[in-house]
Design a protein around this ligand. Structure first.
Ligand code: PBG
Length: 330
């Protein structure tokens, strides 16, 4: 048959004929151990509080958080990323509860560590926005601007109290310049040289964080554009990446995930450390909302988003579907 004869000379469809064939030739597999569960724990509640914009996700009580951690272990999930939600009255300009050894996040780290030990990698958000009354990720100067270097001093203290509480990995998410280096020093100087840093390396200023702000009861007015990255930029991420590695990041993260797969692929190509991607609250909410309306098939859509993130180069994925997806993948 000639090259342009009546029949195609090459038939890629042969490798798509049966489920077994497709499974055999699949280039990407999502494994439960790739997944990390972000979880919220709120002070002063005795029942979990549903988060309206994230159907199926709750603000945990200390007790239900422990149960969630056990479920994550049983499902084969690798890690849990903890976010603390203090009582509103305890928020102040400096985010004092973020460095209180009895602050909600530190208490939750101790609870989870006591419950599951080393069976789960226990991670903590290292940022001030959950604790400040103005809702910014740092402390403010006299003109109301986020003060980078004064914030670094607070982050150093946070690293120490979180490590003292027993966390395995801290996740600095505030996008302050120099944060990874300062945190590494603080950990090393306080005998926590084994505590790892998962650096939020390329964290974009995203509209998709909306539901998270409800999840942590954030009082932020305005935006985070003077510290989080502009969605238009790629080179800036490569610069942040070089700095984080130089300052001692053990793992790096790209966030959000879905709208930034090009950044994820580029970061993954150029590093020799594990790369995480954070599928954030708005990505979760979009799928849940469309599924609720009957506009997409929920379970298939979820798996497709996770496969796409893995295919782009993520070693691990932070996702609110971690436990459910891990069970489905087993
Ligand atoms: C900052 C932080 C945020 C998220 C994780 N860490 C919010 C922000 O930067 O505004 C967002 C996570 C999500 O949207 O799921 N502490």
């Amino acid at each position: 048959m000639t090259k342009y004869g009546a029949f195609p000379g090459s038939r890629p469809r042969r490798l798509r004929t049966t489920p077994a064939m497709r499974r055999m030739v699949a280039e990407t597999r999502v494994h439960p151990a790739d997944l990390i569960l972000p979880a919220f724990v709120r002070e002063g509640i005795d029942q979990p509080v549903p988060i309206e914009a994230m159907p199926g996700v709750v603000q945990h009580t200390r007790e239900t958080l422990k149960k969630a951690a056990v479920e994550a272990v049983e499902a084969g999930v690798s890690g849990i990323m903890l976010f603390g939600v203090p009582e509103d009255a305890k928020k102040d300009a400096a985010g004092t509860v973020g460095t209180d050894p009895d602050g909600i996040l530190q208490v939750a780290i101790r609870d989870v560590r006591a419950e599951v030990g080393d069976d789960l990698v226990i991670m903590s958000d290292l940022c001030l926005d959950e604790y400040t009354d103005h809702g910014h990720c740092g402390v403010l100067d006299a003109d109301g601007r986020v003060d980078n270097d004064a914030t670094l001093e607070r982050y150093a203290e946070m690293a120490q109290v979180q490590a003292d509480a027993g966390v395995h990995v801290v996740g600095p998410s505030g996008m302050m310049d120099g944060q990874v280096g300062v945190i590494r020093d603080a950990l090393d100087q306080t005998g926590h040289e084994d505590v790892s840093i998962l650096a939020y390396t390329a964290k974009y200023s995203s509209a998709f964080y909306g539901p998270f702000r409800e999840a942590v009861g954030s009082s932020l007015k305005g935006d985070r554009k003077t510290y989080q990255q502009d969605p238009a930029n790629v080179r800036e991420s490569m610069r942040e990446l070089a700095l984080d590695l130089e300052e001692g990041a053990d793992m790096v993260m790209v966030k959000p995930a879905g709208p930034y797969l090009d950044i994820l692929a580029k970061v993954a190509e150029s590093v020799d450390v594990p790369v995480s991607a954070y599928q954030i609250s708005g990505e979760y909410a979009m799928v849940e909302a469309a599924a609720e309306k009957g506009w997409i098939e929920r379970d298939k859509a979820i798996l497709e988003t996770l496969t796409g993130i893995k295919r782009a180069g993520a070693s691990t994925i932070l996702t609110y579907w971690a436990v459910e997806a891990a069970r489905a993948l087993r």
